[in-house]
Design a protein around this ligand. Structure first.
Ligand code: ADP
Ligand code: ASP
Ligand code: MG
Length: 421
């Protein structure tokens, strides 16, 4: 019997009616003769609401307690889903991350899976039951504490189970029909992509296309898990993610998609002495503080000041600790001051075809200047170009670039549910 792993996102299980609808859908797969393991996210915006609540009781919520709190969201949806399936006459059992054998390291809020031992899941399947696993959570063996895998981590739970249990496919059910050439909430004319390579999906996800978590894609690629991202609101086929064949690019176009991301902030270190070793010192301080740096720009001193400015971007949640660490090192480091800017937007164009096609950057910059958009920073990699701009003009920029690259489709994309939060 083949095994199918299905993951249902929060927007697919937002209320009782949705849970019953998803339960019926799961039963269809079971009735078609498959073993079914389901990973479920917290209902609707539960995780965001719990984070808001934590911030109301504490300015700096403790990370262990935060994980305790957030994992309750998935416990609610998994048990309700199991009840709904049982109500329809099929056997179903829900399991927490630790019951499902999801072992992680000890980093609260961003734990990494180190091993999966799904003994109880296998046993449930052997007994003819549908297994429901709480997404986004695990446990650390040494601290004996509950952990979470980071936002959007239910995708990773699903892929990890699919990899370890040898599933035929891992289906990611969400509120849009698949992966689009841009976020359909921003670009109405975004086109659904039928197939995307792991490589492009990794870049799209890390550039802000939150339809799937970047670590889930990494995991799938490493273990050769084929992914099918699709809507839980229709029966249509969605987007298949797999290895690209030699020389193949998505949909024959140079650019697969355009993304916008407002999750980063920019720090500028002003007046850094322009001598060897200073940049190394600054980035060592930031790395030691545990902040992940994305784009970096250093301006060579134009005047004879012997000083330079260094700007870099990082996730907003890493901003305060990076600023604190840099502030503490200011005297030693010899720079003048720090500027923190959390109103930036990052636009990226992604496509494997960029590798063999010159002129994509020229086309991008022409489109942006045509739309009157000022570029603050630029970074390029083999298959991605990212630019930083003001946050408030990001959506307009994404629309303009999507059109300029000829990505607009003939019909409007459908968003079936969710708040986009
Ligand atoms: P879920 O609750 O199913 O986990 P998410 O909200 O995490 O759903 O992800 C789905 C959302 O991702 C969509 O509603 C859409 O707004 C957003 N999204 C951003 N970029 C893209 C893209 N390129 N293709 C499809 N969806 C995208
Ligand atoms: N509920 C978690 C979140 O909102 C995990 C997930 O949905 O994948 O981030
Ligand atoms: Mg998600």
């Amino acid at each position: 019997m083949s095994l199918i792993v299905q993951k249902y996102g929060g927007s697919s299980v937002a209320d009782a009616q949705s849970i019953r609808r998803v339960a019926a859908r799961i039963i269809e797969t079971k009735k078609a003769g498959h073993d079914v393991v389901v990973t479920v996210s917290a209902m609707g915006d539960t995780t965001d609401d719990l984070i808001d609540l934590a911030n109301q009781v504490s300015g700096t919520p403790d990370s262990r307690e935060m994980d305790m709190l957030l994992t309750t969201g998935e416990r609610i949806s998994m048990s309700l889903l199991a009840m709904a399936i049982r109500g329809l006459g099929f056997d179903a059992r829900s399991f927490t991350g630790s019951q499902a054998g999801m072992k992680t390291d000890a980093q609260h809020g961003r734990a990494r899976i180190v091993d999966v031992t799904p003994t109880r899941i296998r046993q449930a399947l052997d007994e003819g039951a549908i297994a429901i696993v709480a997404g986004f959570q695990g446990f650390n063996h040494d601290s004996r504490d509950i952990t979470t895998l980071g936002r959007g981590g239910s995708d990773t739970t699903a892929v990890a189970l699919a990899a370890v249990m040898g599933a035929e496919v891992c289906e990611i059910y969400t509120d849009v029909d698949g992966v689009f050439s841009a976020d359909p909430r921003v670009v109405k004319k975004a086109r659904k992509l039928d197939r995307v390579s792991y490589e492009e999906m990794l870049e799209l996800a890390s550039a802000g296309a939150k339809v799937i978590n970047v670590r889930a894609v990494e995991f799938a690629r490493r273990h050769g898990v084929s992914l099918h991202i699709r809507s839980s609101f229709t029966q249509e086929s969605g987007t298949w993610i797999s290895e690209a064949s030699e020389g193949e690019t998505v949909e024959e176009s140079i650019v697969a998609g355009v993304t916008g991301d407002t999750s980063e902030a920019k720090i500028t270190v002003v007046g850094v002495p322009d001598i060897p070793g200073k940049a190394a010192g600054i980035f060592t301080i930031v790395a030691t503080a545990g902040a992940n740096i994305d784009l970096i720009v250093q301006n060579v001193s134009v005047h004879d000041t012997g000083q330079t400015d260094i700007s870099f971007t990082l996730p907003k949640e890493d901003g305060p600790k990076a600023m604190e660490a840099l502030e503490a090192a200011k005297a030693d480091s010899g720079f003048e001051s720090l500027i923190y800017d959390d109103h930036i937007g990052r636009l990226s164009v992604v496509g494997a075809g960029m590798r063999t096609n010159a002129g994509v950057s020229a086309q991008l910059f022409t489109a942006l200047s045509g739309a009157g958009i000022n570029i603050e920073m630029i970074s390029t990699s083999e298959i991605r170009i990212s630019v930083i701009m003001r946050e408030e003009i990001l959506s307009d920029a994404v629309l303009a670039v999507h059109t300029a690259f000829g990505l607009d489709g003939d019909t409007d994309a459908t968003v079936h549910a969710g708040t986009g939060r």
